[in-house]
Each structure stands twice: as structure tokens, then as C-alpha cells.
Ligand binder design. Structure first.
Ligand code: 13P
Length: 284
């Protein structure tokens, strides 16, 4: 390990992000090309990153495999963390915690508030005993990490209720909260916009770290304003999935059957995309 780099836990990274008004990126993956591209970008930019795995992504990739790779990469660059994204299946969440995930996102947003609070609280208790952080969610963040053909429009109906969010954070003890300020998963026609005034209010009243889901194709000025006003983590998936597919298709047109030749431009494409995002999230 580079002797100048001191290992830090994920909580310290969040605290530093909040203090310096820089957001930490969570980049989802389900293939080796993606994880390699993400880690190479983080290492080059000397910036912590969170590797995100949804339930679908991790059932394909494997918890043991994800942990092994994170541990391996950490020997040369220590600021690589793993988060279970939108976990709904309690046994899977517990398995991720037991296996050494740095954080888990329990998405109880489909449950009645009372049940969401009860289940989130149980997970917080279980996770904290093992040094794992927990992200909660109240107002479901809609969409999916795919290309949507419809025009983006802000949906006020799903906006965070600040009073409920305050009660949820206090009663559950979550470390971070996935908030709904107009954000939605996936890409749409037109860039996605955020309600910054609502964010300011949430930031003023809620002590938890604030997470922005649905980071792909969001208006860049809104991203900057969101970071300035309290967002400490931003999740990106669709944009990297698009790069993965396009660069793979292009590469497959060449006459090769060597995976390391075909996949090198894919890793490079992902790396460049992550570098752009890290720059956006960390420069004022
Ligand atoms: P995007 O697919 O819009 O980047 O959102 C990813 C995300 O929020 C994962 O939880």
C-alpha cells in the first residue's frame, strides 16, 4: 500500500465529504469491466468511491466475489467501499453485513411508515454491531436504471416530507437518508432537475448524511448546488451501463476473440465516465 494513504472507514469519508462540501460517488456494477474501470478512476483521482450492488446485481456477481475484489483492490488503494443498494430482502441484507459490506441501504419505502421504521431500526441495530452503516428511504425513488424514452418531469407528489423524515431519522438511528427532491432513476429526454429549496430545508433539520439517488443525466448545475447544500453521496448507474454496452458493441465489431483485447476499451470507457463524475462531485 502507498505509505501516504492511511486507511479510513466509510463514516470518516462521509464526514470529510460533508465538511469539505464534496460528494462521494456510488457507482453500481455487475461485471468485472465495470468494477475495474471504477477502481482505476478512483485510484487515478485519489478519491474514495463506493461500489454499489443492487439485489439483482449482487445475485449475479456474488457477495463473496465482490468482497474479495474490494479487499484485493484495497491493498493498493484503501478508499474502496461496498454498499448494498435498495436492499429489501432481510436475509440478503444480513448476509451482506456479515460478509463485511461497509454499508447497506434498506429500502423500506414500500412499507407503511410504522413498519418501515420498525424494520429499519432492527437493521440499524444489527449493522452497527458489526461496524456497518445503514441508509434509509421513506419516499420511494421511482424509475429504474435504464433508458426511459419519456420526457423528464419533476413529480412533486413523491417529495420528501421534512417532518416525517426528521422523525424517521431520530427513531431509526440511520446514518444516511436517500431523499426525494425530484430525483428519479434512469435517463429521460431532457436533463433531470432537483428541488434545491427543499434540500436546504432537509439539510437544516436533519442530521443524517443525505444521499442523492438517480444521479445519471441530472442537470450539472443542480448537482453542484445539491453538493453545496448538503448532499454527501451521489448514486450513478444508468450512465455507466450505457457506456458499458456501447463500448462493448463497438469493440465486438473488431476481429478478435481475446477477452482482454475486447474488454480493454470497455474498462477505459467506464474509467473515463467515472473520472468525469468524480470531477463533477469534487470540484467547486
Ligand atoms: P441512475 O441509474 O439514475 O444513475 O441512479 C442510480 C441509483 O440511484 C442507484 O441506487
Amino acid at each position: 500500500m502507498n505509505s501516504k494513504l492511511k486507511p479510513k472507514n466509510i463514516k470518516t469519508c462521509f464526514q470529510e465529504s460533508r465538511k469539505t462540501k464534496k460528494a462521494i460517488g456510488q457507482f453500481n456494477f455487475s461485471s468485472f469491466e465495470q468494477i475495474k474501470g471504477i477502481v482505476e478512476a478512483a485510484r487515478k483521482m485519489k478519491t474514495p468511491v463506493i461500489l454499489g450492488t443492487s439485489e439483482g446485481e449482487i445475485s449475479f456477481f456474488g457477495i463473496t466475489e465482490a468482497i474479495s475484489l474490494r479487499n484485493g483492490y484495497r491493498t493498493t488503494f484503501p478508499y474502496i467501499y461496498l454498499n448494498l443498494d435498495h436492499g429489501k430482502d432481510i436475509p440478503l441484507i444480513k448476509k451482506a453485513i456479515d460478509s463485511g459490506y461497509d454499508s447497506v441501504h434498506f429500502d423500506g419505502s414500500q412499507l407503511p411508515l410504522k413498519d418501515n421504521i420498525k424494520k429499519t431500526k432492527e437493521i440499524v441495530k444489527y449493522a452497527h454491531r458489526k461496524g456497518c452503516l445503514v441508509e434509509g428511504e421513506i419516499k420511494s425513488i421511482k424509475g429504474g436504471s435504464v433508458i426511459h424514452k419519456i420526457l423528464f418531469r419533476i413529480r412533486k407528489k413523491g417529495f420528501e416530507d421534512v417532518g416525517i423524515a426528521k422523525k424517521f431519522v431520530k427513531e431509526t438511528g440511520v446514518d444516511s437518508l436517500a431523499i426525494n427532491i425530484g430525483n428519479i432513476h434512469g435517463t429521460y429526454r431532457g436533463s433531470k432537475r432537483l428541488n434545491i429549496n427543499l434540500l436546504k430545508d432537509i439539510h437544516k433539520k436533519i442530521p443524517a448524511f443525505l444521499v442523492l439517488h438517480g444521479g445519471s443525466a441530472t442537470n450539472q448545475k443542480d448537482i453542484k448546488k445539491a453538493i453545496k447544500n448538503g448532499i454527501t453521496k451521489i448514486n450513478i448507474n444508468t450512465e455507466t451501463r450505457i457506456v458499458w454496452r456501447k463500448s462493448l458493441e463497438k469493440s465486438l465489431r473488431k476481429d478478435s476473440i481475446k477477452p482482454y483485447e475486447i474488454l480493454t476499451p470497455v474498462v477505459e470507457g467506464i474509467k473515463q465516465k467515472i473520472e468525469q463524475k468524480i470531477k463533477l462531485f469534487t470540484t467547486k
